[in-house]
Ligand binder design. Sequence first.
Ligand code: ZN
Ligand code: ZN
Length: 324
Amino acid sequence: MRATHTRAAILGQARGAVAIATVHLGEPGVGEVLLRMEACGICHSDLFVCGLEKLPLAPVTLGHEGIGRVAAVGAGVTEWSVGDRAGVTFLGTTCGKCEWCAAGRERFCPRQTNFGYTLQGVLGEYAMAPASALVRVPEEIAAAVAAPLCCAGWTAYGALREAGLQAGQSVALFGYGGLGHLALQMARHQGLRVAVSDPSEEKMAAAREAGAEGEARNADAAIVLTAAKAAIPQAFKALRRNGTLILVGLAMTSYELPLVDTVLKGITIRGSYLGSRADLAAVFGLAREGVVRPQVQMHGLDEVPGLLEQLSAGKIAGRAVIGF
Ligand SMILES: [Zn+2]
Ligand SMILES: [Zn+2]
């Protein structure tokens, strides 16, 4: 029997409570695929959506780092068949025509849609998705491991690549959560010297155990992976001359730029959002080689509201992933 309804984690209205409820999915339409979800991680961007003053889509099912199996395909879908394994990222559909799409930088397409934001997300037992937005996921990677790679892993890898460092150089990572712990593994694999900064003593101890060294200072690049505003001036101060500040964590806030230091030290400041298609393939490759090993805690769907609160309080070690 084909699922036309599903239980899912729903945000009913802007700044409302997240609840587990049954929602209608219907049949896959033209270009759509019905997925039976295996796993979906909980990301800080889910919290960001929960905190927005206005929602483009409400009620909205949360979730944008999921692994599922194709359960049914709609008309016109030729690339995907029932039983195929598919990954969902934050990036939904793109226009395919603009200069960013043409340059392989689809994530900057001004007409993109996003799962769990402008498209219904995948934090549910079943989910409907545009086939063009799905990515192939190697069968050898367990769903619980692959799910966090679709957002946290991809974003961490993309940010490190934007930093443009060579082996032997140093990077300071600000925030040791879902992204930070994966960024540390990747940076060490690239031969970088890595320092980590996080207000949680427990997380700092975990980072040291995973190979973080020294203090976050005099770094060639500093990457702000947290949404905590206080991290940005700290990261700026941790840079050496000609260093690069990479901003990743999303928050509705602003930061006052220290102009004199930016100019006289020749500092580069860049935003980094997700990564390229090649980056995601590279992340899956690193997971297959055992280089990238997400630290995952598995939970049930009913635990999502409580897990979002814990995430907001900085109390989740590694990544919380919902198994279905
Ligand atoms: Zn995310
Ligand atoms: Zn485009």
